[in-house]
Design a protein around this ligand. Structure first.
Ligand SMILES: Nc1nc2c(ncn2[C@@H]2O[C@H](COP(=O)(O)OP(=O)(O)O)[C@@H](O)[C@H]2O)c(=O)[nH]1
Ligand SMILES: [Mg+2]
Length: 386
């Protein structure tokens, strides 16, 4: 383990997780940070904790302003099924694009920083509602911190660049800048999702959807117990190291799927070799060229967002009734448990079995348990006791 935290620091981390208010979190985080020894191995962790402290203090300040009646323009209520932040450098056409895709009344102007606060709009595709958020530009410097905060909470990013500029350099810069802020636009080989329960006797459950490259489930338990975490559900996707597991306790980095839109191709053409360079910077992410003015390329944005965000739609039904019209929007690898929980959190312990129709089962109406992994378009009927 590169961080090699002393037991004292690990024990303080649980206090951070248990803190309920931002004020409590600041106090706990300060105490944690003072227990972290200063050496190369803890550098990233310390940097991250320091940034997190600044964010929390800003949040507290924001709340104070709200209490005095000043509205927080930077807070966007989540609506629809998924939230996508439309981001990029100044003047690339983000506002016009959001306006064209959603009809939101954004301000389009030929000068930079014409958008000073985020504006949401709604886009519907495949029965899924995408909330697109137009944002001020991301640049190095304090001004962008709140856009980055929006990004951290979003489900995905629609990055908009300008074909008439050096978009390759701008993309590189953005990817680097966001990585420094703990937001990865390049999909890591593996991913750890950890849900820590404050109370209960659930113990530590590990679901392997991939593999641990340098250890076992027992090692994961040992790591968590070192932090005095005794009740948690850890999901492993793809290839993951024990180090990744430990990092995930701190939630220090997040991966956000990205769709890149290169705008303004009504003005200049883009050659293939240029595109290949972009693929190297964000491998696996869709790249679309088009024009917000002429409308070229706009149609392919929704399907690419849908795929990049790995959305699956699940239709629930009651016994002897037709399936719901509106799907439940979940992510790839979602299980029957996620569906049961979304129907009624408290009913989870009364779960008996589910019947599933669709491509995740061997035959229509197959009986499955809570851990069954669902596919796009599945119909799920859940049977509860009593
Ligand atoms: N030629 C051309 N200009 C565009 C296009 N999209 C946006 N613009 C112009 O680029 C400028 C910036 O647009 P805006 O939407 O305000 O960009 P933002 O700062 O990224 O939100 C405006 O003058 C737009 O008219 C496009 O597809 N082609
Ligand atoms: Mg704008």
């Amino acid at each position: 383990m590169p961080t090699n935290l002393p037991a004292e620091a690990k024990a303080k981390w649980i206090k951070v997780m248990e803190a309920k208010t931002p004020e409590e979190k600041v106090k706990a985080l300060e105490e944690f940070l003072s227990a972290v020894p200063k050496h190369k191995g803890t550098e990233r962790l310390r940097e991250w904790a320091t940034k997190r402290l600044a964010e929390l203090r800003e949040e507290i300040e924001e709340r104070r302003r709200k209490k005095t009646g000043a509205r927080s323009l930077f807070f966007i209520e989540k609506e629809g099924d998924v939230q996508v932040v439309v981001a990029g450098p100044p003047n690339t056409g983000k506002s016009l694009l959001v306006n064209k895709l959603t009809g939101a009344r954004t301000i389009v102007a030929d000068y930079p920083f014409s958008t000073t606060y985020p504006i949401p709009g709604m886009l519907k595709y495949n029965d899924v509602y995408f909330q697109l958020i137009d944002t001020p530009p991301i640049t190095r410097g304090g001004y962008s911190r709140r856009v980055i905060g929006l990004l951290r909470n979003a489900d995905g990013v629609l990055l908009v660049l300008d074909a008439t500029r050096d978009y390759e350099a701008e993309l590189r810069e953005l990817v680097d800048l966001l990585r420094d802020e703990g937001i990865l636009l390049v999909k890591p080989k593996g991913r750890v999702a950890m849900e820590v329960y404050r109370t209960g006797k659930a113990g530590i459950r590990v679901t392997l959807m991939g593999k641990i490259v340098d250890g076992t489930v027992e090692d994961i338990k040992k790591i968590l117990e070192g932090y005095r975490i005794y009740n948690a559900h850890v999901k492993i996707y793809g290839e993951v190291s024990l180090d990744d597991v430990e990092q995930s306790i701190f939630e220090s980095t997040v991966y956000k799927p990205v769709v890149l839109f290169i705008n303004k191709i009504d003005v200049v053409e883009i050659d293939e070799s240029k595109l290949r360079e972009l693929v190297k910077i964000i491998p696996g992410s869709p790249i679309i060229t088009g024009s917000a003015i002429t409308g070229r390329g706009l149609d392919s944005i929704p399907p690419h967002l849908y795929n990049a965000l790995e959305i699956i739609r699940v239709y629930t039904k009651a016994p002897n009734a037709p399936p719901s019209q509106k799907p439940l929007v979940l992510r790839k690898y979602a299980t029957v448990r996620d569906v049961a929980r979304s129907i009624h959190r408290d009913l989870l312990e009364n779960f008996q079995y589910a019947r599933v129709w669709g491509s995740s089962v061997n035959y229509p109406g197959e009986r499955v348990g809570l851990d069954h992994v669902l596919s796009d378009g599945d119909i799920v009927e859940i049977h509860f006791k009593g």
